[in-house]
Design a protein around this ligand. Structure first.
Ligand code: ADP
Length: 601
């Protein structure tokens, strides 16, 4: 992302580079134009100066003293002329033989020095036309100069002499020096041989040396060029032709001036550019930073959710609308996921409970069917045994009435009767297991049944240090035989006491609870004994199932209770309780609604 942002700044940087290059070219052009303007003006000034010499010469050549080649008069005249013309180093007059007749300077004892006629003088004498020389050295002064010579004509228009001006190159140099130009600039006047005539800086060093070794004609020199001068400085030159020579007038401005002009502009461009890039980076990276922080928070929330923690993430400040929407969608998704998982957990729990209930019901149905089969069998056996037993007891009573029986025989008969009676009781009990009601039912108040049983068992319970609590607020009545219901409840209480007594604990607790659930009245007996082991649960209500020692248990209590309650359309059952003990209960239909045959629990 940072790389993309940097790429975005590329056009900006390219624009800055282009602007810098344009600025450099424009400033260079400005400097070149400035130099060209100076060069043109200076060339014009030089031309103008030589034009003024022409005017002066045209007056001089017509002067009577000059025409007369009058030495003394001409000496005075020419000396006076030099006073007014600082740019003229000397002016001399030669006759048609080239002999010096008069001079403005360089007189010895009032006479001009006699030096041979230089070629340009001979040329003027021969051609009769004015001429100007290139770089030359003064014959008298020995200083660099340029000669401008004019013919002097006699009355017959023939050339009788030459007026020769020696231009003061040093003074011309001073004029060039006074031109206002940037530091390091140089104004150079170059002759046709490309030798330096005048140089505004270091003239003594460069005058007479070659300006350009190629000796190009001044008119062929380009208007501008750059070159490294003899002083080693790179300059940008603008050139103009001085028509008199023709000579070349060149104004050179150092490249460093261009650079100095550009530097502040470049600095300004650089500051503006860097500020713009900084602004762009700030504008892009700041929101980017916040966006990536927002995304990071969402990523860690997604990891947490993937790890199973479906708690919806807290809504934080979002850097922009898109992240806010993403955050909302994420929170909604997490909330929905959690609700879906909760619903799934709830459904799984419900299904588990239903499965358990179903399994329990299946076990109960199997147990019910088995008990029903056993009940049918037991009832049949009891019925078949009852008749022979009645006959045995009847015969025993008849025998008892016979006279003459010995004491021993009477004892045997009494034993037959006792055991027979006992067998009859067992058979009766077995008959009850087979759900045969012992008599017509009547309205029974279960609170009274509970009171009866408590009165019966309280002394016994107290001797075993067992606390008995009763919760019997329900006033609903049932249709049943009160004695039989008492017997069922008594069975439950006695079993509870025996279970508590089987532990090593010194005390125990029994709670009898009477409640009303819908159309049924429910009686529960809770104890804090050891409870019923799982492997015995399926056998509890079978006749003769007992875990007690001989004499203490017959295994008929629960099976008879089952038969009694079932015969009134009720249900009997068992469960564990919070004390780790057992809870036995029975339910009977409420008396004021018709009793419904229900599935035994
Ligand atoms: P008996 O009491 O003569 O053994 P029951 O039919 O009344 O016959 O009881 C059968 C068996 O059920 C008992 O031997 C005992 O193992 C178990 N039982 C009954 N009630 C409880 C109870 N409250 N706590 C633990 N086990 C019990």
């Amino acid at each position: 992302m940072v790389a993309v942002t940097c790429l975005m700044t590329l056009p900006l940087m390219a624009a800055i580079g282009w602007d810098a290059s344009r600025t450099r070219l424009e400033r260079a052009a400005e400097v070149r134009d400035q130099a060209a303007a100076v060069a043109t003006a200076a060339a014009a000034a030089v031309d103008q100066y030589f034009a003024s010499l022409d005017a002066m010469a045209s007056v001089l050549v017509r002067h009577p003293a000059i025409r007369a080649l009058d030495g003394d008069e001409c000496n005075r005249l020419l000396a006076a002329l030099l006073v007014d013309q600082p740019l003229v180093a000397n002016v001399s007059l030669r006759d048609r033989n080239g002999v010096v007749r008069a001079a403005g300077a360089g007189l010895v004892d009032g006479r001009p020095q006699q030096v041979p006629a230089p070629p340009h003088v001979l040329e003027v004498l021969a051609t009769g036309r004015p001429t100007v020389t290139d770089f030359a050295v003064g014959q008298v002064s020995g200083r660099p100069t340029v000669f401008q010579a004019y013919p002097v004509r006699g009355a017959d228009d023939s050339v009788i002499g030459v007026i020769n001006f020696a231009v003061n190159v040093s003074r011309l140099q001073q004029v060039f020096e006074s031109i206002a130009l940037p530091e390091g600039s140089v104004v150079t006047l170059v002759d046709r041989q490309s030798r330096v005539l005048v140089r505004s800086v270091d003239g003594e060093r460069f005058i007479g040396t070659a300006f350009d070794e190629r000796a190009v004609e001044p008119k062929d020199v380009p208007r501008t060029f750059t070159r490294t001068g003899g002083d080693g400085i790179d300059r940008l030159h603008a050139n103009a032709v001085v028509g008199r020579g023709p000579w070349l007038l060149s104004v050179g401005i150092p490249q460093s001036v261009v650079a100095a002009h550009i530097a502040p502009l470049w600095r300004r461009d650089l500051i503006v550019g860097l500020s713009a890039i900084g602004g762009v980076l700030l504008l892009v990276l700041w929101p980017l930073h916040h966006t990536s922080r927002g995304l990071e928070a969402l990523r860690s929330s997604a990891q947490r959710i993937a790890g199973g923690d479906l708690t919806p993430p807290a809504r934080g400040p979002a850097p922009n609308l898109e992240i806010a929407q993403l955050q909302d969608a994420f929170v909604t998704m997490a909330t929905n996921l959690r609700e879906a998982r909760d619903a799934l957990d709830f459904q799984i729990e419900q299904e588990r409970k239903m499965r358990e209930t179903l399994q329990s019901l299946q076990r109960q149905v199997v147990r019910q069917e088995r008990l029903a089969a056993v009940g049918t069998l037991v009832s049949g056996v009891a019925h078949e045994l009852n008749n022979p037993l009645q006959a045995i007891l009847g015969v025993a009573e008849l025998m008892e009435c016979r006279e003459g029986l010995g004491l021993e025989t009477l004892d045997d008969v009494a034993l037959i009767k006792t055991q027979g009676s006992r067998a009859r009781e067992i058979i009766r009990s077995l008959s009850r297991f087979g759900s045969h009601q012992s008599g017509p039912p009547a309205l029974v108040d279960l609170r009274e049944v509970i009171t009866e049983v408590i009165q019966l068992r309280r002394p016994n319970l107290e001797s075993s240090s067992i606390a008995l609590e009763v919760d019997s607020s329900c006033a609903q009545k049932v249709y049943a035989n009160v004695t039989e219901i008492e017997r069922v409840l008594l069975n439950f209480v006695v079993n509870a006491q025996q279970a508590i007594d089987s532990t090593t604990r010194p005390a125990g607790r029994i709670v009898i609870r009477l409640s009303h659930t819908g159309k049924k009245v429910r009686v529960e007996v809770h104890d804090d004994g050891p409870g019923v082991p799982a492997e015995y649960e399926s056998k509890l209500f079978q006749p003769f199932f007992t875990t007690k020692s001989i004499g203490q248990g017959t295994g008929l209590g629960l099976s008879v209770s089952y038969g009694i309650i079932h015969s009134y359309g009720g249900t009997v059952g068992h469960s564990g309780n919070q004390w780790g003990g057992a809870t036995f209960f029975f339910e009977l239909p409420v008396a004021d609604v018709p009793a419904v045959e229900s599935v035994s629990v």
